[in-house]
Design a protein around this ligand. Structure first.
Ligand code: TEU
Length: 587
């Protein structure tokens, strides 16, 4: 193994904690840091190497903490800085590293920087994107109700959460840009003092001894050239396609790496929204690139989704394979991949790409096998290790997510939909709240997430009596134990971390069979230099035909998600049962 190519963050499995839904220590119905600290053993028992904590900074919580009012303070909702340090120490004592989610693109409108900027004080007048409005009669887009009459916002960009991306500020007498909620004004990264200020905030957390960052919507930092007088002929959802990866983005990200990350051994993962190409991604992650360990792209999670949040489109396994193949092959030898299906913005993968009816357990474990045996760092989102499915929300009032609520209200007001019922099923498939219900610890009151008499901030999933940590930990055949075995298997086998990927069934609509192969140098000290993985992605039996190069090779069946599978000592054709997954390690 070329030791220079090794990195702890390539070998690690990351577990994402959404603290408000993980464990409630103080019994107010909202998860917090003391709750998380009390579950540190749980993470150690699962075998994960890194905890990624979504924002716990001081915030008015317009977007559950992605609207930061003070980067150096912990919000009361979650506890205190002492509670945060207790989490850090509890994880570190168990050899689990800690990655903080950091939001460099925008702050809260309640951040001191924004208050100063709006008042043109403290040298911060230009720290955000301020612009004059335009004559409403001269542009092709609507003037919102707010703002001086006859005046339209500087351009037609729409917020990702619905509504114009500009809000008029009475105090300043100008419009400010917010690609997300009006309470999340975008920082102007072209201003050197803004970049320096963010670097300082990042350094603050490094000095607290953390092990890396997840950088929220990092590819939005550089706005398009010629902005704000964007092309008004663009349709109203133009912001999504126009804004990411602006011309100065690599200067900003590499500048951040040089100023802050250099000399530290960190995991840095940049969330890159929109239609990121592999070529663009490589610039963020390749050895002479911007210095990020890896990025999150949206290629696979966009499959089967339409423009509107609730729109569902048919998809096929070959669509999914094509995206993974593009990234596996495209970054091979150039940069590292992240591997994820779920997070706090994405629905449960069993409902999304598996079978949340008859084959919940089988499809959850089959998909888990893919996640841990492709080339890249696997990310497991809380509850995924239980094979959780999407809950069923019955009314708009049950949703908490700003994106869901705002876009539905906007569509209702515009007459695009008649009632919630029109979008109920689509929202239950795609809303960000589908994965934000409380962690299911037990079959007891409130699923053991909070005190029995507390009201959880968001409703529970209806299935917690059957699907919960306690039940699964006592059942060796559970999804939980399968995740644990997968994490261990990957950690013990270089071939599953570093081996080159080759898809042997790119055209097959049901079987996904691929191999991982270590190069000669890497193979020297490894237990096995080749792995063969076969997944039956569906509820029907399917024939698995290993490629000629592998057929008959002596191998160990290292893991399978179906009981009683024969344990052949070589790679041979077989008929896979529904959702059967097998991982062979060649001798
Ligand atoms: O997400 C950005 C993002 O891509 C989503 O908001 C996306 O637009 C949406 O989920 C599509 O349905 C990051 C955070 O992960 C998210 O929670 C924040 O709301 C957002 O940035 C703003 O900070």
């Amino acid at each position: 193994m070329d030791e220079a190519a090794r990195a702890w963050w390539k070998e690690a499995t990351v577990y994402q904690v959404y603290p408000r839904s993980f464990a409630d220590g103080d019994g107010d119905g909202v998860g917090d840091l003391s709750g998380l600290a009390s579950r540190a053993d749980y993470l150690a028992d699962l075998g994960v190497d890194v905890g990624w904590l979504t924002p716990v900074y001081e915030s008015p919580m317009a977007d559950n903490g992605y609207d930061v009012a003070d980067y150096r303070a912990v919000d009361d909702t979650f506890g205190s800085m002492a509670d945060w340090r207790a989490v850090r120490d509890a994880l570190h004592e168990r050899d689990i590293r800690l990655v903080m989610d950091f939001v460099p693109n925008h702050t809260s409108d309640e951040h001191a920087w924004f208050r100063a900027s709006r008042a043109r004080e403290d040298g911060k007048a230009d720290w955000y994107h301020w612009a004059d409005g335009v004559d409403a009669d001269t542009v092709a887009y609507d003037a919102p109700d707010e703002g001086p009459s006859g005046e339209a916002p500087p351009n037609n960009w729409r917020s990702f959460f619905g509504g114009p991306a500009w809000t008029y500020d009475d105090e300043r007498g100008q419009w400010y840009l917010h690609l997300f909620d009006p309470k999340q004004p975008d920082l102007d990264w072209s201003v050197p003092a803004v970049r320096a200020a963010i670097h300082d905030e990042l350094r603050y957390w490094l000095d607290e001894g953390i092990d890396g960052f997840r950088l929220d919507v990092v590819n939005l930092l550089s706005k398009p050239d010629g902005y704000p007088s964007g092309d008004e002929s663009e349709p109203f959802n133009g912001s999504l396609r126009l804004v990411p990866d602006g011309s100065r983005i690599h200067e900003y990200v590499s500048g951040m790496s040089e100023a802050v990350f250099a000399g530290h051994d960190l995991l840095t993962v940049g969330e890159c929204i929109g239609d990121l190409s592999v070529e663009e991604a490589a610039r963020y992650v390749e050895p002479d690139g911007d210095g990020l360990s890896m990025v999150f792209h949206f290629g696979h999670v966009g499959i089967g989704r339409g423009d509107a949040l609730w729109e569902r489109e048919p998809w096929s396994l070959t669509d999914l394979k094509a995206v993974f193949d593009r990234w596996q092959n495209g970054l091979a030898g150039r940069g590292w991949n992240s591997l994820y299906f779920e997070n706090h913005d994405q629905p449960r993968v069993v409902s999304r790409f598996g079978d949340d009816g008859d084959y919940r357990l089988e499809s959850a474990t089959c998909i888990a096998t893919l996640l841990h045996t492709l080339c890249g760092t696997p990310y497991v989102y809380q509850g995924q290790e239980l094979g959780q499915t999407n809950p069923t929300f019955e009314s708009l009032a049950e949703f908490r997510d700003v994106e869901t609520v705002r876009t539905v209200e906007e569509a209702l007001a515009a007459g695009e939909i008649e009632s919630f019922d029109d979008v109920r099923d689509g929202l239950n498939a795609h809303s960000r709240d589908t994965s934000r219900t409380p962690m299911q610890w037990t079959d007891g009151p409130n699923a053991g997430f909070t005190d029995p008499d507390a009201e959880p901030w968001i409703r529970l999933h209806e299935d917690y009596r059957e699907v919960n940590v306690e039940a699964q930990r006592s059942d060796p055949d559970s999804v939980w134990h399968y995740y644990r075995r997968l994490i261990d298997l990957r950690a013990a086998n270089d071939v599953l971390v570093y081996g080159a990927y080759e898809n042997h069934t790119p055209e097959d609509e049901q079987v996904w069979a691929y191999s991982r192969t270590l190069g000669d140098e890497a193979a020297a000290g490894a237990e096995s230099d080749r792995a063969f993985v076969a997944l039956n992605w569906g509820g029907e039996p399917a024939r698995v035909e290993p490629p000629a190069s592998l057929a008959g090779a002596a191998a160990t069946l290292a893991l399978s998600n179906r009981d009683g599978a024969p344990a052949p000592e070589r790679v041979e054709p077989y008929t896979a049962r529904p959702w059967e997954a097998r991982v062979y390690l060649l001798d």
